[in-house]
Design a binder for this molecule. Structure first.
Ligand SMILES: CC(=O)N[C@H]1[C@@H](OP(=O)(O)OP(=O)(O)OC[C@H]2O[C@@H](n3ccc(=O)[nH]c3=O)[C@H](O)[C@@H]2O)O[C@H](CO)[C@H](O)[C@@H]1O
Ligand SMILES: [Mn+2]
Length: 365
């Protein structure tokens, strides 16, 4: 009898434990780990340009679950207007021909976006250079960034400068910080813009990889004027250059047209012209891309050629054959030099008017 009771007990306990571990597993999978990023893939981080195929061969880390769209988890009971399948922006195109979102004001609901991304709680790195006289732009960039850039998320501004003394003391919100990294001064502005790719590559390897999930590259001569939120995040997000986003034939884009340069794009090819002043994505994807731009420009230098728009030319070649996952409208990088048309409902960042001859070490446009 005693033996029988014990056997029943053991059976009941076993079934109970089985159910309990199943429940814990489901709970952990759905609730506790909604978003973790793939760890750095050290096995084969090299990117190789396959000239015949015109694409960059990527040795990807296996995607983990967190990178799938199934992880766009929203809390129950959130209140927001019902989205329509029939109405939306009709004056602009909000999807590319490779089916990526093209983001404009009115194509997303910030309430939904913010709920999804605040629970992911990603760490975002911003790499910005302030070399020579460009430190003067830091105050406006950082202060306005604190008002509008990924508010509520964790952000670290990595400021590369040759003059640490001139980095202003700006009060940052909780979870946000500044890391200053010394770089040498330069004699040519072209060298500064190209060096962005080198410093970003080196510093991701040394430090940022352990500190961020996403990375943005940004120009410092910029001021945020409106929300630049989590709708901008994706595996790879590129911004349309304000000067070439409408009524321009692709052959009129300022791509590099000399076959001798690694950034060469032949006539008859091209989707859009993207700016190099704002772009971002998953840290490891950005790492491969900044490294690609760095290596391509080094190759060019060996062959005594510099791409017409430096890193922007290499970036445009890359994005032509390796399509970005999200394209951001010129709202995400406008310029005080230009008046926006009616399609630009708001400006999120604008580049400042500056006296090029005065601010750059070697003057000139
Ligand atoms: C809106 C746009 O498309 N901008 C591009 C255009 O920029 P811009 O004419 O706006 O170039 P820029 O003078 O702002 O230089 C780009 C960035 O490099 C840094 N910097 C530059 C010079 C210097 O002496 N010190 C310094 O710190 C700084 O972060 C600056 O914001 O052309 C550049 C060179 O090809 C880059 O492609 C820019 O991304
Ligand atoms: Mn600029």
């Amino acid at each position: 009898m005693l033996l029988n009771i014990s056997k029943t007990h053991i059976l009941v306990s076993f079934v109970f434990l089985l159910i309990l571990s199943g429940a814990i597993y489901t709970y952990l999978e759905n609730i506790t780990i909604p978003f973790t990023f793939c760890q750095p893939c050290h096995e084969n981080p090299e990117s190789v340009v396959d000239e015949a195929e015109k694409r960059v061969e990527m040795k990807h880390c296996p995607l983990d679950d967190s990178r799938r769209s199934g992880n766009l988890i929203m809390k129950a009971g959130l209140s927001y207007p019902q989205p329509s399948t029939l109405t939306g922006r009709t004056d602009v195109n909000s999807v590319t021909n490779w089916n990526a979102p093209l983001v404009w004001e009115g194509t997303f609901d910030p309430v939904v976006i913010d709920d999804i991304y605040s629970r992911m709680n990603p760490r975002v790195a911003v790499v910005v250079l302030a070399v020579g006289k460009y430190t003067r732009f830091l105050k406006g960039f950082l202060e306005s960034g604190e008002k509008y850039f990924l508010v509520g998320l964790r952000v670290t501004y990595y400021i590369f400068t040759d003059n640490e003394q001139d980095v202003p003391n700006v009060t940052l919100s909780e979870g946000r910080k500044i890391t200053i990294l010394p770089v040498p001064s330069a004699k040519r502005w072209q060298d500064v813009v190209l060096s962005k790719m080198k410093w970003a590559t080196v510093t991701i390897d040394k430090q940022i990889r352990n500190e961020a999930d996403y990375l943005f590259m940004m120009d410092v001569d910029s001021v945020f004027h409106n929300r630049f939120g989590a709708e901008s995040l994706s595996q790879m997000s590129a911004v349309l250059h304000r000067g070439f986003y409408k009524n321009i034939n692709r052959d009129g884009f300022p791509y590099e047209r000399r076959p001798e340069s690694k950034a060469y794009i032949p006539a008859g090819e091209g989707d859009y012209y993207y700016t190099a002043a704002v772009w971002g994505g998953y840290l490891e994807d950005m790492y491969r891309l900044v490294k690609y731009c760095y290596e391509q420009s080094e190759e060019d230098a060996k062959n005594n050629i510099e791409a017409v728009w430096q890193e922007e030319s290499h970036l445009n070649k890359y994005f032509l054959y390796n399509k970005p996952a999200k394209v951001l409208s010129p709202e995400y990088l406008w310029s005080d030099y230009d008046a926006p048309g009616s399609d630009i409902k708001l400006i999120r960042i604008s580049q400042l008017v500056k006296d090029y001859a005065e601010v750059r070490p070697n003057g000139g446009q």
